[in-house]
Design a protein around this ligand. Structure first.
Ligand code: 6PG
Length: 240
């Protein structure tokens, strides 16, 4: 586990964008496609905006990038709450990624139906020899959720699936989410967490008792990949 702390949210988002570029460039150097899952949320949005402009965007061979989603709200793709809409506005519409290499979760379907369909989509694109993603980007809520893996939810028990139905109790909204088991199969998982409001939960997740059904971000422990945290000093203030 590698935790990097930065002086500001801006620097933190820049560092996360630079990590994306480094990993994408390395995969391209090895003549491999770059399979990445994007997160929703306001902090990841700031990162995507930084990634979408030079010099960072010019360093990525977008023809080799395949974009998936860590989760989605069960809303139409043009809904202001849609993660794919946010990703298109902040990044995907600004870079030359082939449209066929963007794999949104269908938010117009029933969550369970969408989860089955998305797992089928993942299995169709990811090679059987390397079924994990290269990078999964994650945010973290102040309740310790990540993706749409909410505390005490059924999705936390979906250990034999790649995608599950979730439910955001605060918004009373059905969601679709990658499971912790599938996320943990990635080569790299990177959390992006900023702000004083996250200080207590970040401390609990990293230094507190292991209680992953209460703090789902604790389920994220890559099987063999790297776990990266990019946080600002406000979020990290209880860690130091
Ligand atoms: C979502 C995200 C969710 C988000 C966290 C952090 O769809 O909302 O997947 O897990 O990343 O809630 O969001 P903020 O960065 O906005 O606090």
């Amino acid at each position: 586990m590698n935790i990097q702390v930065y002086a500001s949210p801006e620097r933190t988002c820049q560092a996360a964008a630079e990590l994306f570029v480094e990993l994408a460039v390395e995969n391209t150097r090895q003549h491999k496609p770059f399979h990445v899952a994007l997160a929703g949320g306001s902090t990841p949005r700031q990162m995507y905006q930084r990634l979408s402009v030079p010099p960072l965007c010019d360093r990525v061979d977008w023809s080799k990038v395949h974009v998936f989603f860590g989760d989605e709200r069960c809303v139409p793709p043009d809904d202001p709450q849609s993660n794919v809409r946010m990703a298109r506005e902040s990044l995907l519409d600004q870079v030359p990624i082939p449209a066929s290499q963007i794999y949104p979760i269908d938010g117009t379907l029933d969550a369970q139906v969408a989860a089955v369909a998305y797992e089928r989509q993942l299995r169709a694109v990811l090679p059987e020899t390397r079924p994990g993603l290269d990078l999964v980007l994650l945010g973290m809520g102040d309740d310790g959720h990540t993706a749409s893996l909410f505390p005490h939810s059924d999705a936390l028990r979906a250990v034999d699936r790649w995608v599950a139905a979730g439910f955001n109790p605060e918004q009373q909204m059905p969601r679709v989410t990658l499971t912790a088991a599938f996320i943990n199969g990635a080569a790299h998982v990177a959390f992006l967490v900023v702000g004083a409001a996250k200080a207590n939960v970040l401390y609990e997740v990293l230094r507190g008792d292991h209680d992953p059904h209460r703090l789902p971000s604790q389920f994220i422990r890559p099987d063999s990949g790297n776990l990266e945290w990019r946080v600002d000093q406000e979020a990290a203030r209880r860690l130091t």
